[in-house]
Design a protein around this ligand. Sequence first.
Ligand SMILES: Cc1cc2nc3c(=O)[nH]c(=O)nc-3n(C[C@H](O)[C@H](O)[C@H](O)COP(=O)(O)OP(=O)(O)OC[C@H]3O[C@@H](n4cnc5c(N)ncnc54)[C@H](O)[C@@H]3O)c2cc1C
Length: 388
Amino acid sequence: MSADAVVIGAGAAGMMCAIEAGKRGRRVLLLEHAEKLGEKIRISGGGRCNFTNVDARSENFLSANPDFCRSALARYTPRDFIALVEKHGIAWHEKKLGQLFCDGSAQQIIDMLRAECDDAKVQWCMPAKVATIEKRERFAIATDRGVFESASLVIASGGLSIPQIGASPFGYRIAEQFGLAVTELRPALVGLTFAPDTLAQFGDLSGISVDAVVSCNGASFRENLLVTHRGLSGPAILQISSYWRPGLDLSVNLLPDRDAGEILESAQASEKLLANVLGEFLPQRFAQRWVEFNFENQPVKRFGATRLREMAQRLHDWRIRPSGTAGYKKAEVTLGGVDTRELSSKSLEARKVPGLYFIGEVVDVTGHLGGYNFQWAWASGYAAGQAV
Ligand SMILES: Cc1cc2nc3c(=O)[nH]c(=O)nc-3n(C[C@H](O)[C@H](O)[C@H](O)COP(=O)(O)OP(=O)(O)OC[C@H]3O[C@@H](n4cnc5c(N)ncnc54)[C@H](O)[C@@H]3O)c2cc1C
């Protein structure tokens, strides 16, 4: 019951770390509490796993220390992961914005990682529940399947999102047990909800999407915004959710490629209803409801020049205040995590606790939507895999 390294959590980061350490001849034990392997990978990218982003750079990550991720990202790049995918004959394609997906299914990525673990002679203990962890000379990990001892212990237990498939606060608890700081945790890459009065006006537009620029807290994203029965979602909203805080407004530019002032000015003598004019540039039902919500749906010629200017301004800077997020049940990731000041950026080892490592989502490094979170999982797993 002893190993050179025990890795807790057989997700993206944990398997990558185990593979790399195993390839270096380390005796690695991978310990996982779920019955089924790689569930989060399986549901990722709509079932096709957006496994990396060719443009992954530190600018695509949120962290109290935005430079922390640089070292690991530089030593294991999207090219390295693509090479692994190709070695296993997995066909892939770029969907948009540098996002790479499997042509087939995410299961291919799970099978690939499992096969690499087998080649690297990684031992498995799954399913297993960890009861306690103690550090004497070595780590002693007590589980419902016995006590394991190891010189290195890697925590790769992920964040809090989607508890229904195995997410747990385990990693944060272990950090606290060893006196390591954890930053504030929040659901991110998540839909935003509206208060009942706003929802009453927009809820029945559920399913309609608009190409928009959404800004908040210094960040802006141009992608689709989707109206849902609880509020807003779609890639633009998921991205901005990582920056939004309760009490802040979103600023939505509904006509990013047009000059709303010009559109309204050229229609200023028109008998056409305002919603019909805007309906040429926005989904008609959305335009109708937006006009009713913000102005009155009258012939454009009834509005004076000042009112039209106000409208144009609002089309480019529509302020809307979400009431909350859809929470960890729906979030793709957890923002925040083990404070990067506690860890070496090269090896992900805890400075105060030699031999203890944190990798993947449990660390305070959170990627934008688009394959960045997996790239962090691979890169941080690789970095620790070279060190344990
Ligand atoms: C719906 C959805 C879609 C996503 N799509 C994408 C995408 O396409 N591209 C992308 O880059 N990112 C995507 N993500 C984010 C990505 O899945 C995560 O950032 C990534 O999986 C994190 O890797 P990890 O290894 O740190 O954690 P995880 O992959 O979550 O793995 C953690 C593992 O630890 C196990 N574990 C937890 N607690 C314990 C415990 N107490 N004992 C033992 N084991 C434990 C868990 O069961 C799990 O197997 C998506 C997330 C969701 C929820």
